[in-house]
Ligand binder design. Structure first.
Ligand SMILES: Cc1ncc(COP(=O)(O)O)c(C=O)c1O
Length: 385
């Protein structure tokens, strides 16, 4: 069966060039970058190059890049690291639609005695800037706001958030896991203090990522051990992974600069227009807000996304719902709920996330297969249990 992979916000296919770049560091150049012999030196050089490549993607300085095991670690270390370094400030602000890597960390911190405010979004998923401004206090250590939402693709106005953070002396952490390589991010002009990114969301290897820490940002290391990454993240470096991440960042920067996402945006438009025209009552979540080009979340009233995804899976279509499986029950997406959707509307929403590998033929297949699948489920619901 031909697979149609439209779940690129969950993970992306590694680029062949990424795998190619990694191989010598798995087979031949396996030295420890901290070793002072030629094999160690070869690994060190490779890491230096990757650091330049990652920094270039987001307009940072190479010495500001700290390699981590991915977005989750970067997010955890940013929040906990700042709080530990700024002990006089006990408050933090996050948005209600952050990824669990931020949201659950913040909730755990609240349990540990910090004060946490969750700023909301409007019906389009856009950040409520007035509420955010009200939430920030003189003892706020850090504000954590994502660059683009993983479920809806909605982009947040980081410039304006940065201005609010500055007013109150709070640091700004940005989870850019779904934005890096998809929209331009230039830390040379954007005053974000800490930025998380993840390799496997931009056609790099899983288990790789970075936390970009701007100069003079107070940050305590969360892991303790050796002196790697300038004492900011100990542990022998994942050299092949870091090399792959660097290559993926360089290729993503090129794709972005070459306006590669324009084609993906056109495919998404075709998908959204086709599905909403063919399926009565269907609505694109967050359609009126600025969004990254590859993501669409569409609700199909009268259906359960989980069941729809099973039917689509039988046809080879890989997509997802934002629902989380919590304690045996299916919890509707916290992102869609924060946008004001009723639980049933949230549970009837499917996310399709495209990539540079998506083809017109695949979009055509989805347009042919989704409407009858939705109709089948609606007919079943009408006929009762
Ligand atoms: C916005 C966002 N932040 C963080 C993460 C976690 O990244 P990782 O899978 O590299 O731990 C994800 C992954 O889905 C994400 O979408």
């Amino acid at each position: 069966m031909e697979l149609i992979y439209l779940d690129n916000n969950a993970t992306t296919r590694p680029l062949p060039e990424v795998l190619e770049a990694m191989r010598p560091f798995q087979e031949e150049f396996y030295g420890n970058p901290s070793s002072r012999h030629p094999l160690g030196g070869r690994a060190r050089q490779a890491i230096d190059r990757a650091r330049d490549q990652v920094a270039a993607l987001v307009g940072a300085r190479p010495d500001e890049v700290v390699f981590t095991s991915g977005g989750t670690e970067s997010d955890n270390c940013a929040l906990r690291g700042v709080l530990e370094a700024r002990r006089e400030r006990r408050h933090l602000v996050v948005t209600a639609v952050e990824h669990p890597a931020v949201l659950e960390t913040a909730r755990r911190l609240a349990h540990e005695g910090y004060e946490v405010t969750e700023a909301g979004v409007d019906a389009d998923g856009a950040l409520d800037l007035a509420a955010l401004r009200d939430a920030v206090r003189s003892d706020s250590a850090v504000i954590s706001v994502m660059a683009a939402n993983n479920e809806t693709g909605v982009i947040f106005p980081l410039d304006e958030v940065a201005a609010i953070a500055r007013e109150r002396g709070a640091l700004l952490h940005c989870d850019a896991v779904q934005a890096a390589g998809r929209i331009p991010i230039d830390l040379a002009s954007l005053p974000v203090d800490l930025l998380s990114l993840s390799g496997h969301k931009l056609h790099g290897p899983k288990g790789t990522g970075a936390l970009v820490v701007r100069r003079r940002t107070p940050l305590a290391p969360i892991l303790r051990g050796g002196h790697q990454e300038g004492d900011r993240r100990p542990g022998t470096e994942n050299v092949p992974g870091i090399v792959g991440l660097g290559e993926a960042c360089e290729r993503s920067a090129r794709f972005l600069a070459g306006r590669g996402w324009d084609r993906v945006a056109a495919q998404r438009r075709r998908l959204e227009e086709g599905l909403t025209a063919a399926i009565p009552g269907s609505v694109v979540n967050g359609a009126r807000a600025p969004r990254v080009a590859n993501t669409t979340s569409i609700r199909f009233p009268g259906t359960e996304a989980e069941t729809l995804l099973l039917l689509l899976g039988e046809e080879g279509i890989c997509a997802s719902s934002g629902s989380a499986c919590a304690t045996g029950a299916i919890e509707p997406s916290h992102v869609l709920r924060a946008m004001g959707l009723a639980p049933a509307e949230a549970r009837g929403s499917v996310r399709f996330s495209l990539s540079r590998f998506t083809t017109e033929r695949e979009i055509g297949r989805v347009l042919a297969l989704v409407p009858p699948a939705v109709e089948r489920l609606r007919a079943l619901a009408r006929s009762g249990p």
